[in-house]
Ligand binder design. Sequence first.
Ligand SMILES: [Cu+2]
Length: 340
Amino acid sequence: MGEWGLGKMMQSLTLGCDCLGEIRYLDAVLSDDRGGARTIANAVCIHEEDYGILWKHVDLWSGASEVRRSRRLVISFISTVGNYEYGFYWYLYLDGTIQLEVKLTGIIQTSAREPGRRPDFGEVVGPELYAPNHQHLLCARLDFDLDGTANSVYEMDAVAEPRGEDNPEQSAFRSRATLLTTESEAKRTIDPLASRHWKVVNPTSLNGLGQPVGYKLIPGQSTCLLASPSSSVGRRATFATKSLWVTRFDPDERHPAGDYPNQSGGGDGLPAWTAADRPLVDTDVVLWHTFGLTHVPRPEDWPVAPVEYAGFVLKPAGFFDRNPALDVPPTTNGHCSSGG
Ligand SMILES: [Cu+2]
């Protein structure tokens, strides 16, 4: 992906096939390999779609019921990188949630297999055909400016309270917030059992409850690089060895493996920048989130693989004073006359 370039492999989308409903398309104008301009017609699709229930409650005693439906604005493009398709879908929800979903599909890479021999590092997907195990790891550069640039990042872990006098029922747990103060401290990995996520706050901007406004970065089901950090791919894609890096904003730092990843020796990008170990408290921060999946191929992935998903969510946490989607009107249709 890094060597081909996702942007320049964007494909033109076609009305009624890639997106449904009320659609607006945007063209993309890119530079080609000789520095000229190239236009990709209908490269980005913007549409809106229903997304089930936004919120609901039935009062068991009065029988009163309220429900509102969720809608999301979808901004998407699809890149074809060799044999694979990568669809990028940004979702903007009515409750302030922002999500990136990457859809992986296309043709898996295959190789001939010696009849009767089970491959050590891949799976049989067809007669005398095997597909090697592999990983799809992406890195999103998230340039936060939450009500300004004085932002700080906390790692949030759910931690069980030890047994003791203060925990007589042995069921208490707390949310532990650890401030990431420097770039060397801010090289982190996911921890699903601790419900680990990261929270960006602006201590100089308070919500109506007197708390610093915040947004959470919540990883999805994800992974990190399985190849050794000292391997060729580990040296060249060092960003993939961690789930999160945080850097102090620098407009020249845009690509996590450096500006020239093709056939590089490695070391550029995040490992080079964070060697400076810049302080991160109440400053203009950039979060780099590595996410993705380990693909152990299935027979069902052949001859064309159904979509697999990877991604993450950005969720307001004290950015608003209460549920910001209270003013969504009830829906009416043939089966329900109103929201009440
Ligand atoms: Cu794959």
